[in-house]
Design a binder for this molecule. Sequence first.
Ligand SMILES: Cc1cc2nc3c(=O)[nH]c(=O)nc-3n(C[C@H](O)[C@H](O)[C@H](O)COP(=O)(O)OP(=O)(O)OC[C@H]3O[C@@H](n4cnc5c(N)ncnc54)[C@H](O)[C@@H]3O)c2cc1C
Length: 345
Amino acid sequence: MTATGEVNERQARQVAEEAREARWDQPSFGKELFLGRLRLDLVHPYPRGSAEAMERGEAFLAELREFCETQIDAAVIEREAQIPDKVIQGLKGLGAFGMKIGVDYEGLGLSQVYYNKALALVGSVHPALGALLSAHQSIGVPQPVSMFGTTEQKQTWLPRCTREISAFLLTEPDVGSDPARLHATATPDGDDYLLNGVKLWTTNGVIADLLVVMAQVPPGEGHKGGITAFVIEADTPGIVVTNRNAFMGLRGIENGLTKLTDVRVPAANRIGREGEGLKIALTTLNVGRLSLPAVCTGAAKWCVKIAREWSKERVQWGRPVGEHDAVAGKVAFIAATAYGIESMV
Ligand SMILES: Cc1cc2nc3c(=O)[nH]c(=O)nc-3n(C[C@H](O)[C@H](O)[C@H](O)COP(=O)(O)OP(=O)(O)OC[C@H]3O[C@@H](n4cnc5c(N)ncnc54)[C@H](O)[C@@H]3O)c2cc1C
């Protein structure tokens, strides 16, 4: 970065490349597809998981479905642009905030498959529910702490994350897909760091108890410096949510603009080493990439249901409209697309 804060293309690319995962332990079906090879052996037969994991997953899905059908009114979320508190409390009671947290840390320890199925289920009710649950456990505090935290950090935060809400603060007004421009700073001060900066598009940031924040540590004596990740109590003095952002098509998301002014964070709250923050953030986001398609799967399948029901019920020109070729073609397209999305997830 220059003295004026400008970042050229080479520097931007270098920061992103350095944070890239360099080792792959598992083969990738998706990558092989892009290389023109259909590696069917990687997805067939479909992996089912253990009988015990399936039983636990199915039992949770049944409870969640019952809750969604009887306790959530999507029209209220849509009208008021807010998830009612009793819904959030109910989801906490079911353990939905700890779906992916291991049983050793008081979570439900669901597999990724059942986590995705649960997100698809809530996604069929209202997308804000998927945003709430997935921002918390796909990218919020549980994911980076599970992957990169010390045993002590896991013991401190993971049980809390089964009943509290967390958010992931990487993006800034000037920093979207290009993290080299990251301006938030974490300046060493004794055994602590002082954080300053502005974070934008913070899903759950408006109501979160815990935050994971990425900030630049300036290099200095005893400090390698670089983008670094911290877990922070959301009520730490100096943290102010100055705006709740409204999203078209995603009413009810608790997304904010958060200002950090001289926020004191103990070094014990740093995840990984200085300079590892972007790698931690991008690896976390990679895991998160599965959850939004899962939420969309729920919405897509709900659309199929509505389209099929209405096209059977609505009669015009002597037949249900679904029996007219033009409509039948559209319903088939919607069903095939939903099937494609779900299969890809
Ligand atoms: C609903 C929602 C929730 C979010 N939640 C969070 C959150 O919880 N935490 C968080 O930190 N952030 C969050 N974000 C922010 C999100 O991660 C950013 O929007 C994302 O990183 C893209 O940044 P940007 O919007 O600034 O777009 P920009 O980076 O400004 O990009 C604008 C456009 O240019 C294109 N573009 C940019 N660079 C290139 C290139 N090199 N080549 C080709 N095209 C390019 C992009 O694809 C895009 O179409 C959220 C955003 C949304 C919409």
